[in-house]
Design a protein around this ligand. Structure first.
Ligand code: NCD
Length: 318
C-alpha cells in the first residue's frame, strides 16, 4: 500500500489570533521570525508589499487607543490592504447587544480581517464566533493583548538573542493588565523566568497557577532581572483605592535609576505605553540608555504585519 503524499501542517494553523493562550512555542517563534523580516521591509524607503492587496481590514475599537490602532493601520497599509478605522463609543450597559449587532453589520460588508479592541474580557472571542473573517484581538479588558506580548518578545529577542533562560520582572499594576497576562503566557512558553512585582493589591491571586513568582518588595523583585517591564497604573479600571497615593506608589514601585541598579547589570527597560511619567517610571529611566521603549513601538508595526500576513495566508482564495 502506498501512502498518499501528505501536505505539511501549516506553521500557524489558526484562523484568528485571539490570545497567546493556545499557541505553541513553535507557532510563537514562527510569528517572531516573520516579524524579523517585516522589520527589514519597514526600514526600506519602499515600505510596501502587496500580500493583502484587495483585502479589507477593519480596525474596530470600542476603547480609546492611539498607538495600537495606528500601528495596526500602518501594518495593514504596508501590506497593501484597504484599512478602515471604526471607533465605537459604547455604553457599558448595552455592551453585549451592541457588540453582536455591530459584528453582524460589519460582517455583511465582507471584511477579510477584523482587528478588535473591547473593554470587556472575552468580547473579542464572542465576536469571532459571529463573523466569517479572521479576527485579531487588539486587547480585551484585562484578559489578553497578544500582539503586545509578541512585540515585547521580538524586542527582547533582538537584544538578547533568545528568551529562554532570561529573568523578566513585570512590575506594577499586574491585576488590571492584559499586557501582563499575555506576556506571562508567552514568556513561560518560551522558557523565561517571570517575576511579578507590585503592591499586594495589584498582584493577581493564584499566581502559582500562572507559574510565576510574586514580590511586593521591589528590591527582591528586581534582583537578577535581565528585563524590567513596567506597566501603567490603570486608574480607569480601578474602582476604589488600590494604591495609597501616587507619590507613595512612585516611592516604592516607580522605576528610577536607583531601583534599576538592583536589577542585573545592563538590564533593559520596557513599557507598553502610554506612560505615566513620575508615576510608574522616572523620565530619566524612560529616556535613558537602557530603555527600549521607542524600539517597542517600531517592533509593534513589524509584529502586526507578521500576524496580518500569516492570517491572510489562510483566507479563502489566498
Ligand atoms: C496597553 C493596553 O492598552 O493594554 N497599551 C497599549 O496597547 N498601547 C497598556 C496600557 O493601556 O497601559
Amino acid at each position: 500500500m502506498t501512502n498518499a503524499p501528505s501536505t505539511p501542517a501549516p506553521a500557524f494553523p489558526h484562523r484568528h489570533l485571539l490570545g497567546i493562550e493556545g499557541l505553541t512555542p513553535l507557532q510563537i517563534l514562527h510569528l517572531l521570525d516573520k516579524a524579523d523580516d517585516e522589520v527589514l521591509v519597514s526600514r526600506q524607503v519602499e515600505k510596501k508589499k502587496n500580500v493583502l492587496r484587495g483585502r479589507t481590514q477593519i480596525n474596530l475599537f470600542f476603547e480609546a487607543s492611539t498607538r495600537t490602532q495606528s500601528s495596526f493601520e500602518i501594518a495593514g497599509k504596508r501590506l497593501g490592504a484597504d484599512v478602515m478605522n471604526m471607533s465605537v463609543a459604547s455604553s457599558s450597559v448595552k455592551k453585549g447587544e451592541t457588540l453582536i449587532d455591530t459584528a453582524a453589520t460589519l460582517n455583511a460588508m465582507r471584511p477579510d480581517i477584523l482587528v478588535v479592541r473591547h473593554h470587556a474580557a472575552g468580547a473579542v472571542h464572542l465576536l469571532a464566533r459571529k463573523v466569517s473573517c479572521s479576527v485579531i484581538n487588539a486587547g480585551d479588558g484585562a484578559h489578553e493583548h497578544p500582539t503586545q506580548a509578541l512585540l515585547d518578545a521580538l524586542t527582547i529577542r533582538r537584544h538578547k538573542g533568545t528568551i529562554e533562560g532570561l529573568t523578566v520582572a513585570i512590575c506594577g499594576d499586574i491585576v488590571h493588565s492584559r499586557v501582563a497576562r499575555s506576556n506571562i503566557l508567552l514568556l513561560n512558553a518560551l522558557g523565561a523566568r517571570v517575576k511579578l512585582v507590585g503592591p499586594s493589591t495589584l498582584l493577581p491571586s493564584g499566581a502559582e497557577r500562572l507559574c510565576v513568582e510574586t514580590f511586593t518588595d521591589m528590591k527582591k523583585g528586581l534582583e537578577g532581572a535581565d528585563i524590567v517591564m513596567m506597566l501603567r497604573l490603570q486608574r480607569e479600571r480601578m474602582n476604589g483605592s488600590f494604591v495609597p497615593s501616587v507619590r507613595e506608589y512612585f516611592r516604592y514601585w516607580g522605576l528610577d535609576s536607583e531601583k534599576l541598579a538592583w536589577a542585573a547589570p545592563g538590564a533593559l527597560v520596557m513599557h507598553p505605553g502610554p506612560m505615566n511619567r513620575g508615576v510608574e517610571i522616572d523620565p530619566e529611566v524612560a529616556d535613558g540608555p537602557q530603555s527600549l521603549i521607542a524600539e517597542q513601538v517600531e517592533m509593534g508595526v513589524a509584529v502586526r504585519m507578521a500576524v496580518l500576513e500569516t492570517l491572510a495566508e489562510h483566507l479563502p482564495n489566498a
